[in-house]
Design a binder for this molecule. Sequence first.
Ligand code: ADP
Length: 513
Amino acid sequence: MQPLDPAIAAAARQAFAAIVGVDHVFFNEEDQLSYQDKFAVDDALHHPAGAVAPATVEEIQAILKVARERKLPLWPISRGKNLGYGGSAPLLAGSVILDLSRMRKIDYDEANGTVLLEPGVSFYDLYDFLKSKGMKHWLSVPGNSWGSVLGNALDRGVGYTPYGEHTTKICGIEAVMADGMVVRTGMGALDGAPTWQLYKFGFGPSWDQMFVQSNLGIVTKMGLWLMPAPESLMGMDIEFERPEDLGPLVDALAPLRREGLLQQSPTIGNWLRAAATLTTRGEWTDKPGALSDEVIAAIRKKFNVGWWGVSLRLYGREDMNKAAYAVLEREMGKLKPMSLRPTTWKAGEPIEATGWTGTPLTFPMQNANWHGGRGGHIGFSPILPQSGKAALAQFQRTYACYKEFGMDYQASFAFGERHLINVNAVLLDKDDPAMMKRVDPFLKRLIADAKAQGYGEYRTHLDYMDAVADTYDFNGGALAKLNRTVKDALDPQGIIAPGKSGIWPTSMMGAKA
Ligand code: ADP
């Protein structure tokens, strides 16, 4: 990838300042560094020229006009906390970050349980807001809740409650297109409709997902459905002894998820979860290479965890939860878990601050400190069928790869309604040059290994967007051609996030890796 000439962006700086005021353009070296991806293998690959932070749709339109005149790519971010996938950095070095974090309006329809959010609204903002209104609706938060609610749904982030597949809760979008046109999707296209946040599809083609993981528009408003506060929460935290217990566990949970007894999407995680956030590697061993079985045993003993653990939660009416809990207990009991700890809560009681109660958290981020030094992580997240055999085989191949490349295994298998996402966090130490050299070949191997099984990733870091897009290769890459045709029609100059999700306009194909 050829970086853009930073002089082009520097020249645009004054024009941007005239639109948003000098206090909202950020082009000095410190600013550039603060928008870099702190977790990237090579920071320079995604070094931005600067940032501009508009507060209104009209300012965004004026910024787009400047960018079109100067052929200057903008990289929109909401709060820019997409850590592990690129953070606040652009794919193409020299792009200007369009920082939307000043736009923080919340419209709440309490009767219908919906919100209409601007990009800068963080999970903490929305949590505080809902609390001030009596918490009649709950949030679904991702493991690290620093980011934007809208940004997370746009990158298909996931959470822990029945509303955890965030992108499916989107209902209506307002976006500014590259030519400056403002469009509202679904019922929002009907001026003044009171149903914009109630019916997802509108009339004719339905475009909400066109703006998700894409570079076809700048999203300025998003409707989202919120979960009505439940009367009761019941569930269990379960641990399993052996690596091969993964298969039967997946096969036991999948039908419960599909029939709807489990409405939340459980995540099966391995033994490193607690250790990576509460301790550092140096407390366990000074040996390089993947952790040995002895160290794994010591970690498991200290935290009293299995090879795998999973938390199941039921939400809603107490009567129904009690009945569903009995089924869960029976089905999980058949698997002979190492331990099973029940948990129960009723409205009015003090509530646990966890992802399962939709409470924003940041402490899971601490796993970036596992190696000490300047830490980070990069995600590798293929989609699998909900099959114990497939999950176990994926685990075995991936774990062998982790060992071969000398990396510590942190992974989870997260249920959707019909699929599993195998989220692997590759924990890094940017102060260990030998390790950093292994990261790129390791990730490329994992992508190729998944592809050989017919699996593709649901989300990826900036460095791998082209590689992952290339694995979606049916009929000579017909999907990529369709994406490019749409990009050419809407944004032929590549003003909005060129290269995002492997989508480049024809005029910029030379910049593709
Ligand atoms: P979060 O703060 O929730 O982590 P980000 O702001 O980092 O979310 O957004 C994740 C990714 O989604 C960004 O890198 C960008 O590619 C895309 N994105 C974020 N906000 C917008 C937006 N308002 N319009 C279009 N794309 C966006």
